[in-house]
Write a protein that binds this ligand. Sequence first.
Ligand SMILES: C[S@@+](CC[C@H](N)C(=O)[O-])C[C@H]1O[C@@H](n2cnc3c(N)ncnc32)[C@H](O)[C@@H]1O
Length: 219
Amino acid sequence: MGLSQEDVQQIYRRRAALYDLTSNLYVLAGFRLPTYRRRAVEALGLRRGDTVVDIGCGTGLNLPLLRRAVGPAGRVVGVDLTDRMLGRARRRVRRHGWRNVELVRCDAEGYRFPSPLQGVISTLAITLIPGYERVIRNAARALEPGRRLVVLDLKRAPGWPEWTFRLGVWLTRGFGVTVEAAERRPWEAMAACLENVRMEELYGGWAYLCWGEAPRSRP
Ligand SMILES: C[S@@+](CC[C@H](N)C(=O)[O-])C[C@H]1O[C@@H](n2cnc3c(N)ncnc32)[C@H](O)[C@@H]1O
């Protein structure tokens, strides 16, 4: 069964203090998260002065990369459900004195994207959101034509036996991953409302980077 929003918040409240450290431990298993993050931000194709939204921004590990991409005249908005994860992100923003980073506590499903908007990213978060299709649709509508939504997340690798999938879910359960969540297919929702959608498998198919462009002509 999928977790409720309250369950997800409880998990990330507990994880917040050590999140950065524990997510780095996955690097020991060959999951090259810092490299994947960098590639996800590059896939956004951001320019100086752009506005970009990070959905499920957590403790703000993408913020330095996003800030660098949009420059001091750009704007970065981090959105997250969990107060303590955002608390860590706030500390990061304060420590660096970043003036063009805003943090919003809200469920991504009800988030109203800013306008104009030139990029939306979500790393390791979209499959945790039961209404992820709505979030993707809203992002696609809010983006300027031709600008990108990029998702980096875990998925079921094709061709592997069922037990390996169950083991993967078990190993990541402490991050709120359930069988139901791991079987969500955000790239299909992206293909339904974006153009030029591309997907690259990472980590032997157990993760992916998917990006697409907001339609140039709207109905
Ligand atoms: C695994 S962490 C990823 C954090 C960050 N994006 C990263 O790459 O390190 C998942 C984050 O998604 C957030 N999240 C889960 N469900 C959400 C929702 N419905 N709306 C907004 N954020 C959500 C959690 O609070 C948590 O901070």
